[in-house]
Design a protein around this ligand. Structure first.
Ligand code: BG6
Length: 490
């Protein structure tokens, strides 16, 4: 494959995302020789930085990775900085001029990627001015990479989409969901569609329920301003959790082509049952962390964190049940739960298979067959495990659950900052498979709006849970009502 030739323009180059994720990821690509020398990065921001300052910052953000000095020096010389005012046309003209000059210098064939790594209120303005001021007129490709939040509800998302679609075609819009860059999230499809033993069972005849957990130990940290308006539902469920549901529920695509895969995911999202306000109260639980003990340390509750309203009703935890109404899935609950300040940092998918029609091992020792469980370990460990029943040692026979484990230690997670590296590379190659299509975003928001509207009408149904726990009691009750329980993920 030919290495990508492109100029990457980062809006928000002095910010946290650029420093923590983007610079290290681009460097990793460079280090692995996946980038040719035909690339440049232009950082934009309000701060009066210079090329020298951005280069120092790039170096600082990468140094901890223990890198070869010479390579790092060559790398950072590809960086440029332009002080930028997103509302001022003059800034766009200066940018265009710089891009034309770098295009010649680095022979990037007019290819430009615009990466929005800043406050979302400017996404629309930037996209439309890039077009109106001619920055998107080149002989190569122009792509837009856009970070979340993609709107705040369905109408704001539609409005944002209209604004960016006026300047970029859908095929050139790369909406980031960093979960789609995770190795094991990408592996869901391979496990399902590359193995003869799972796909025949992957339906409501053999699966009883699916449990997706993404728990975090961190609290809201310094993101109170953003999080108060978002909460766990918009922050995690609208995007990451529903994307995992779609990948688990979709039908096999006819081939590995971005459009085919995305259209199957869209169909799966479309099949999720739209529920009524009453059903929201029954199927969804919201919680907020109180103080508690985490890893032996006392931590404050959400209400005492910085920039949080003292009577805030923002949820930091959601558990819920999505029902998919199609032939494959009707009757199988897809449970999701996600929250901050929980007992572990972990993302796991557990597929619980149905019980056999009868258990011949049920004997006087009260041996019960354990359900077969397939666990996809997304993070921090990456792998797959399968719980089966085996023979119990000893004269009385009986059965005992045994676990087969596959641990995917192939790729060090240190070198793949949360999938950004893969996603940036995909965008440079023009592969949109692991980015969310507008239809997916819109369908997800419709589901989320139903839930949040129902909650708004009933502000007090927020349960407090202790920091360091696995969430409020209602989360366990949600599964217990259906005769299930959350399988441990620790
Ligand atoms: C982000 C959310 O999208 O995902 C954060 O905004 C959350 O609140 C993060 O902490 C979790 O990502 P990961 O990769 O650490 O599971």
């Amino acid at each position: 494959i030919e290495e990508p030739k492109t100029i990457l323009v980062i809006f928000g180059a002095t910010g946290d995302l650029a420093k923590r994720k983007l610079y290290p990821s681009i460097y990793n690509l460079y280090k692995k020789d996946m980038l040719s020398d035909n690339f440049a990065v232009v950082g934009l921001g309000r701060k009066p930085w210079t090329n020298e300052i951005i280069r120092e910052n790039v170096q600082k953000s990468i140094q901890s990775e223990g890198n070869d000095e010479e390579k790092l020096n060559d790398f950072k010389d590809h960086f440029y900085y332009l002080p930028f005012d997103v509302t001022n046309k003059q800034s766009y003209h200066e940018l265009d001029e710089l891009l034309n000059q770098l295009d010649e210098q680095y022979q990037t064939e007019g290819n430009r990627i615009f990466y929005m790594a800043m406050a979302p209120e400017f996404f629309g303005t930037i996209a439309s001015q890039l077009k109106s001021e001619g920055v998107t007129e080149t002989k190569g490709y122009t792509r837009l990479v856009i970070e979340k939040p993609f709107g705040h509800n369905v109408s704001s998302a539609q409005q944002l989409n209209e604004e960016i679609s006026a300047a970029f075609a859908e095929k050139d819009i790369y909406r980031i969901d960093h979960y789609l860059g995770k190795q094991m999230v990408q592996n869901i499809e391979v496990i399902r569609f590359g193995n003869a033993i799972f796909e025949p069972l992957w339906n409501n005849r053999y699966i009883s329920n699916i449990q997706i957990t993404s728990s975090e130990t961190l609290g809201v940290e310094d993101r109170g301003g953003y999080y108060e308006k978002s909460g766990a539902l918009r922050d995690m469920v609208q995007n990451h959790m529903l994307q995992m549901v779609a990948l688990l529920a979709m039908d096999p695509p006819i081939k590995l082509d971005p459009d085919e895969i995305r259209s199957e995911k869209i169909k799966a999202l479309r099949s999720i049952k739209n529920i009524s306000t009453d059903e929201v109260q029954e199927h969804f639980v919201r919680g907020q962390y109180g103080p508690g003990l985490q890893n032996g340390n006392e931590v404050p509750g959400y209400l005492s964190e910085n920039n949080i309203a003292p009577n805030s009703h923002t949820e930091t935890f959601v558990a819920g049940k999505f029902m998919i109404e199609n032939h494959r899935w009707v009757g199988v609950p897809f449970y999701i739960r996600t929250g901050k300040r929980m007992s572990v940092k972990s993302t796991k998918i557990i597929v619980q298979f149905k019980d056999l029609p009868m258990n011949i091992y049920y004997n006087k020792n009260k041996d019960e067959l354990h359900p077969n469980l397939l666990t996809i370990h997304i993070q921090p460990d990456e792998g797959v495990s399968l719980v089966l029943n085996g023979k119990k040692q000893g004269p009385n026979g009986g059965s005992i659950p045994v676990q087969l484990d596959y641990n995917n230690n192939g790729e060090s997670t240190v070198n793949t900052p949360e999938g950004y590296e893969r996603l940036i590379y995909d965008c440079m190659k023009g592969d949109a498979t692991n980015f969310t299509h507008w239809d997916e975003v819109e369908l997800s928001w419709k589901l989320i709006d139903t839930i949040s509207n129902a909650w708004e009408g009933n502000g007090n149904n927020l349960e407090t849970y202790e920091s360091g726990s696995m969430g409020p009691k209602g989360s366990d009750a949600l599964l217990a009502k259906d005769g299930f329980k959350w399988w441990p993920i620790e």
